[in-house]
Design a protein around this ligand. Sequence first.
Ligand code: KDG
Ligand code: MG
Length: 403
Amino acid sequence: MKIVGADVIVTCPGRNYVTLKITTEDGVVGYGDATLNGRELSVDAYLREHVCPLLIGRDARRINDIWQYLYRGAYWRGGPVTMTAIGAVDVALWDIKGKALGVPVYELLGGQARDGVTIYGHASGADIDEALADAASFLERGYRAVRLQAKIPALDATYGIRTGPGLTYEPATGDRPVEEVWDTGAYLDFLPSLMAAAREQLGYGFHLLHDCHHRLTPIEAGRLGESLEPYRMFWIEDATPAEDQAAFRLIRQHTVTPLAVGEIFSTIWDCQVLIGERLVDYIRTSVPHAGGISHVRRIFDHADLYGVRTGSHGAGDISPIGIAAALHLDLSVPNFGIQEYMGHLDPAGEVFTTSYRYEDGLLLLGDEPGIGVQVDEAAAARYPYIPRYLPVNRLRDGSMHDW
Ligand code: KDG
Ligand code: MG
């Protein structure tokens, strides 16, 4: 089953997506998500210049060998660009294998361990009332878990907040990063009042999550976790800059609020200490950014040994292909925790047709062979790439601050 084509499709149907398309000699086509938010063209170039030519002529059935060839065979291994590129190849090959055998990928992973995948939605608002109204609308639609963010009153702008009622927030805007002012003290003082209001008005009958976006020091994270304990958070996410695994030892000393981290991790080595020392409760590595289904499955297996559950990243900058790939893994692993899901705004639906569907707080996969996402290349061509960037943060004195 020789690979005869490996092509990259870059498109911006509402936001930028990079898709790898692999074609075999017998005409089977597989797709992988190669989107790396704000660095889209670096993965496009890595694939086109350094990976696609090496795929031609290889046997598409040998996913493990191709993965090892691209990872072990590269002197400059690891990192988000390389691992996103490898992830796209891996998912496209799983897609091909499923289509060739006529089964959905989750069947190849051992079959379903659950009926559907519990997701959490993103609720936010310009103030507490607006954020709670948004959260209530998720609960009315059947969601059992909601991430809650609200604008910090003392700041002009806060990342992760939708721009108006009825809208979802878009993480990347503008052809250069917007500069926002960050104030940790104002954030730490405000957040308990948001979560207190959420529990008071919406009750305890749903999972409540919050994302700190890597902005705290370990002791600040400990203080935040402790201050939120009465509100029984499902997790606080990315409390401190994620590359410092040892920081979580200090956070753990101060709070029993569950911790999640890992959306920016690329390999199992990035979370080896975090998992092995049980320093986190949820690991957020995602299929597209951490080497595909093959590698993230290893991370999840490692996590299972230590009682750490999965909670994969699923923001809108992960394409429908990346989300679908995640769902196949979510459906099959023993230690599934939760899956983030922001959805995709139109006109993404013109380019990507998915077989997964929402029902009563869950995403359900059908029995379509492979990953279950079709790509309309003519539609993709109507939406050329547009440079878009996430904002950056400075303190009030002008210092750059962490994401
Ligand atoms: O590309 C980065 C975004 O996906 C990220 O900022 C969103 O933190 C995020 C999340 O948890 O969805
Ligand atoms: Mg996050």
